[in-house]
Design a protein around this ligand. Structure first.
Ligand code: F6P
Length: 324
C-alpha cells in the first residue's frame, strides 16, 4: 500500500489515541501516507478525512478517548452505505484501512473486505477484553485499574457503616473486568455471565460470611450476569432475605471508559499499531493484530469474533479461595 486510512469504531477505550499515534508514525517511518477518518465507519461514508503526519499526533499518548471520535454506524450496515465508503476511499487513492475497535467493528470490516476485496487490518480496542486471538485488548488494563481504585474508595465507606455494596461493572457479555478487578479489589463475591451462579447461592455465601465474622462486603456484579441486569432488585432481595444486611448499590458506568491509559495499555497500543502497518506491508488482510504470550500475532477477523468469551477457570478458583 502507499496510502493507509485509520479509524476508531464502537465504544471508545483508553489507549485508542496511542494506537492511532503508532499507526501514523509507523506509516511515516515506512514512507506511507496516512489519513485519519473521523467518527468510525460513518466518517468513511461521509468522507470525513484528514491527512495525518507524525507531528499531528503529538501529546496524545497520555490522553483517554479517541481524538478521531467514534460511532456505532447504522449506515455501514447497508449495501448503499458500504458502497459510498468504498467510493470515497477510491477517490482519495487510499489503498488499505486499519480499524481500531471491538467485535462489531471487525464484523463490519470483514463484510466490507469480502465485498470490495479492500485490504483491512484490525486492532483490538475495547475495555471488555472479549476478543479471541489476543490475550489483552487496548483499554482493558486501564479499566481494571479504574474499577479497583473506585472499589477501594467504596470499601472505606462500606467498612465505616458495616454495609454490603453491590458494585456493577461493564463488560457487556464478558466477565473479564468483573473477575480480575474483583480479585484485585478483594471482593467477597464476583458474579459473571460465564457462570450465572444465581441469587440463592449468593444468599448462602453471604450468610456464611456474616457468621464467619465479616462486617462489610463488596460484591462485584458484571452487567452481563443474569443478576446484574436488575441490580437494584437484587439489593432489595438480599435485604428482604438477610435482614442483618444493609445494602447499597454503585453502578460504575462510563467512568470505566475514560481516563489516561495505563502504561501497559500505551505499550500494547504502540506495539499493535506498528504491528498493523507491518501486517499490511507483508500483504496480510482480513486479520486482527493481537498479542499472545507477549508476542504480536495475527488472527483472521472471523476467528477473532467467533464463539464465547473464555474465562480462566484458575482465576475463578483463586477468587473463591481468597474470599473465604
Ligand atoms: O463495549 C464497551 C462497553 O462499554 C460495554 O462494556 C458496555 O456494555 C457498552 O460498551 C456500553 O455502550 P454505550 O456506551 O454505547 O452505552
Amino acid at each position: 500500500p502507499s496510502k493507509i486510512a485509520v479509524l476508531t469504531s464502537g465504544g471508545d477505550a483508553p489507549g485508542m489515541n496511542a494506537a492511532i499515534r503508532a499507526v501514523v508514525r509507523a506509516c511515516a517511518y515506512n514512507n506511507l501516507q496516512c489519513v485519519g477518518v473521523y467518527r468510525g465507519f460513518q466518517g468513511l461514508i461521509e468522507a470525513d478525512f484528514k491527512e495525518l503526519g507524525p507531528r499531528s499526533v503529538k501529546n496524545l499518548i497520555n490522553r483517554g478517548g479517541t481524538f478521531l471520535k467514534s460511532a456505532r454506524s447504522q449506515d455501514f450496515r447497508t449495501d448503499e452505505g458500504r458502497k459510498k465508503a468504498f467510493n470515497n476511499l477510491k477517490k482519495e487513492n487510499i489503498d488499505a484501512l486499519i480499524v481500531i475497535g471491538g467485535d462489531g467493528t471487525f464484523a463490519g470490516a470483514s463484510v466490507f473486505m469480502n465485498e470490495f476485496n479492500f485490504p483491512v487490518v484490525g486492532i483490538p480496542g475495547t475495555i471488555d477484553n472479549d476478543i479471541n486471538g489476543t490475550d489483552y485488548t487496548i483499554g482493558y488494563d486501564t479499566a481494571l485499574n479504574t474499577v479497583v481504585e473506585a472499589i477501594d474508595k467504596i470499601r472505606d465507606t462500606a467498612n465505616s457503616h458495616n454495609r454490603l455494596f453491590l458494585v456493577e461493572v461493564m463488560g457487556r457479555d464478558a466477565g473479564d473486568i468483573a473477575l480480575n478487578a474483583g480479585i484485585g479489589a478483594g471482593a467477597e463475591e464476583i458474579l459473571i455471565p460465564e457462570q450465572n451462579r444465581g441469587r440463592e447461592r449468593l444468599l448462602e455465601s453471604l450468610s456464611r460470611s456474616k457468621k464467619s465474622g465479616k462486617t462489610s462486603s463488596i460484591v462485584v456484579v458484571s452487567e452481563g450476569d443474569q443478576i446484574g441486569k436488575n441490580i437494584f432488585g437484587l439489593a432489595k432481595y438480599i435485604e428482604e432475605n438477610l435482614t442483618e444486611y444493609e445494602v447499597r448499590v454503585t453502578v460504575l458506568g462510563h467512568i470505566q471508559r475514560g481516563g489516561s491509559p495505563s502504561c501497559y495499555d500505551r505499550v500494547l497500543a504502540s506495539r499493535l499499531g506498528v504491528g498493523a502497518v507491518d501486517a499490511l506491508l507483508r500483504g496480510e488482510t482480513n486479520v486482527m493484530i493481537g498479542i499472545i504470550h507477549n508476542r504480536v500475532t495475527s488472527v483472521s477477523f472471523l476467528d477473532a469474533i467467533k464463539g464465547n468469551n473464555e474465562i480462566d477457570e484458575d482465576l475463578i478458583r483463586v477468587a473463591d479461595i481468597i474470599s473465604i
